[in-house]
Design a binder for this molecule. Structure first.
Ligand code: F6R
Length: 612
């Protein structure tokens, strides 16, 4: 959840660290810090509570800190409140070891007590300071070799970590260690970089190494050496990142979220084109054969947050097109359920970052039980992408805004294509229906584009929500799944309390919360269910609710019931979610802006949840 960056080379490190951290602020933004060393001189540590701009101002955008080797951190607090003391980098008392860390050290209390007995004192409440002092302890006790000291500490530490460490005796070098927290290493002429995520270094290099679990790396100017936990040198392949640097910039938009909303037509199209050629879906790159698809009886879809909402929508689509049963599971629950998975099942995990701790753990659980796994993942080389048996990459490009939009949309479309291919491989739909549905999927990008050209009415309506404290999203079937996503979007960036309900559930309790002025947003695209949802809208309206509806062009009769109706183009109802979600994303965006919030960095949240 925190972001880390490191650099060693010939340029000044501090501006590069600050620039890299600015690309990682989506991972955490309650405090930030850097440690920079100028040759053999003492390392300078500057850290402060607050967003990165505080640190940038303190250091005159990094210009006030001299040195060509350094590490930086932007924090999302886990152990200890946001404060300058708890901010990273942390240092051993004599400055021998200085480090930044992302992850959680679960046995930090136990290690801390042992270190206190050995004479160490602690300034902060963080688990990171324990790691720093443990490395320092082993460094001094044994051979005074960084790799060995780190390896010994790694054996003692339980939990997850991406660590970047500087040692007083080794100027110009950065040591990195990783377990279950993302970290990549970039290399360019005479320069080496390390970061939690690709956007931080994309401006400088596209050549990266993926450091594996329980591995260590030593970074020198323009060179990197990898070691296993036994301190033996290991070889790693160099990978070229395809994302371009501009894709991680705002590109003229006021916020990343708005830019990413507008990128949806393109990234949905790219994702479709990655597997569809000559009117057919080809899953060679996904590595799933028709025979395998024919054998599967049950699909588990496991994910967190918005990715889970994608799973809920896909459940309806897959069950409508195939005879496979679908179970959608929250990864945080799935991983601790003591259940025996059906041997003839496929576990699909959905994750933008590919690093969500619970989703990764669920994937591992499925693999341990011998079940085939498929990851729908955005970040190439991420842990889930590396560990799943098969991967369907969404081509959303870097998603910077904490609230997902374009990754969500590409996950949804990837799921449609999977559902279609399953149906075809299992002979559960005929060619004509397959072609017709594929055409409908193809039409999504243009239709999304059309919705995006007509934002003004939504912007106007969003003003009505600015002073609201409670809202409800209702719908049936796929509309319910989209309501869940709309509700999450609104609450996470505008801090308005919001609940999503299957419309038929209202009468079983929630309707008692409806009073004069309560906002109810109804998604109404599923033919066959429209009248039933209208009845629910009438029920809440007669109890004082202000009702808004998102529906398909042609359903003008909804204006009799709803105060405000937003229309999306017609499409097969199975895929209507891809369209109805767009006005809900825009609505949340405008409400958040209207309330004056930092829409790209909502409070208490981080983009990638790499801790439980
Ligand atoms: C909400 C949001 C989160 C993520 C969730 C899973 O806007 O972005 O709910 O969907 O944290 O993240 P990934 O997809 O990276 O596993």
């Amino acid at each position: 959840m925190c972001g880390i960056v490191g650099f060693t080379g010939t340029e000044q490190a501090a501006p590069i660290l600050l620039d890299g951290l600015s690309k990682l602020e989506y991972r955490g933004y309650d405090s930030a810090g850097i440690a920079v060393r100028d040759g053999e001189k003492e390392t300078e540590i500057i850290k402060e509570k607050g967003k990165l701009k505080v640190l940038a101002e303190m250091t005159n955008q990094g210009k006030a800190v001299k040195g060509t080797c350094g590490i930086g951190h932007t924090r999302w607090a886990t152990h200890g409140e946001p404060s300058a003391v708890n901010a990273h980098p942390h240092s051993s008392d004599d400055g021998n070891v200085i480090a930044v860390h992302n992850g959680i050290i679960e046995n930090f209390q136990e290690q801390r007590e042992k270190l206190i007995k050995k004479g160490y004192a602690f300034k902060s409440q963080t688990d990171t300071e324990v790691a720093v002092k443990l490395i320092d302890y082993y460094y001094k006790k044994y051979s005074q070799q960084p790799i060995e000291a780190i390896a010994r500490a790694m054996v003692r530490i339980r939990g997850s970590y991406a660590l970047c460490v500087m040692f007083k005796d080794f100027p110009g070098e950065i040591y990195c260690a990783r377990k279950d927290s993302p970290m990549i290493i970039g290399i360019a002429d005479g320069e080496s970089y390390v970061a939690s995520d690709v956007p931080a270094i994309l401006k400088y290099t596209r050549n990266v190494y993926y450091i594996g679990n329980m591995e260590i790396a030593k970074l020198e100017k323009g060179a990197v050496t990898f070691y296993n936990i036994d301190s033996e040198v290991i070889e790693k392949p160099l990978t070229e990142i395809k994302w371009d640097a501009e894709s991680a910039e705002k590109g003229g938009y006021e916020h990343f979220m708005l830019k990413e909303i507008h990128e949806q037509p393109k990234v949905i199209r790219d994702t479709i084109n990655s597997v569809v050629t000559e009117g057919k879906v080809h899953f060679d790159s996904v590595n799933l054969t028709d025979e395998e698809m024919q054998q599967i009886e049950l699909v588990y879809i496991v994910a967190c947050g918005s990715a889970y909402h994608v799973g809920v929508a896909l459940q309806y689509v897959i069950e409508a097109l195939t005879s496979m049963q679908v179970r959608v599971e929250l990864a945080s629950e799935f991983r601790y359920r003591k259940m025996t998975l059906n041997k003839k099942s496929l576990v699909i995990v959905i994750s933008q970052s590919g690093e969500t701790a619970d989703t990764l753990a669920a994937l591992r659980e499925a693999r341990e039980q011998g079940i085939k796994t498929l990851g729908i993942v955005n970040v190439v080389g991420s842990s889930i992408a590396r560990e799943a048996d098969n991967v369907f990459y969404t081509l959303a490009g870097p998603e910077i805004s904490v609230a997902t939009t374009k990754a969500y949309s590409t996950q949804l479309v990837a799921g449609y294509l999977l559902a279609l291919q399953f149906a075809k491989a299992r002979n559960e739909i005929d060619d004509e229906k397959y072609q017709m549905l594929l055409e409908e999927v193809y039409s999504i990008p243009d239709k999304v584009e059309k919705i995006l050209t007509d934002k003004e009415r939504l912007q106007w309506f969003s003003n009505k929500l600015i002073n609201v404290s409670d809202s409800f999203f209702i719908g049936r079937g796929i509309d319910y799944a989209i309501g869940m996503e709309g509700s999450l979007k609104l609450k996470e960036i505008s801090y308005i309390h919001s609940e999503a309900y299957a419309a038929g559930e209202l009468k079983h309790g929630p309707i008692s919360l409806i009073e004069n002025g309560t906002i109810v947003i109804s998604v109404v695209t599923q033919t066959g269910l429209i009248e039933k949802t209208i009845s629910n809208m009438v029920e809440v309206k007669s109890r004082g609710a202000k009702v808004m509806a998102v529906t398909t062009t042609g359903n003008y009769f909804l204006e009799d019931t709803a105060e405000f109706v937003c229309y999306v183009p017609q499409i097969d109802p199975l895929f209507a979610g891809s369209l109805s979600v767009i006005p809900l994303q825009l609505l949340s965006y405008y409400v958040s802006i209207g309330k004056g919030f930092d829409v790209d960095k909502p409070r208490n949240l981080a983009k990638s949840v790499t801790v439980e």
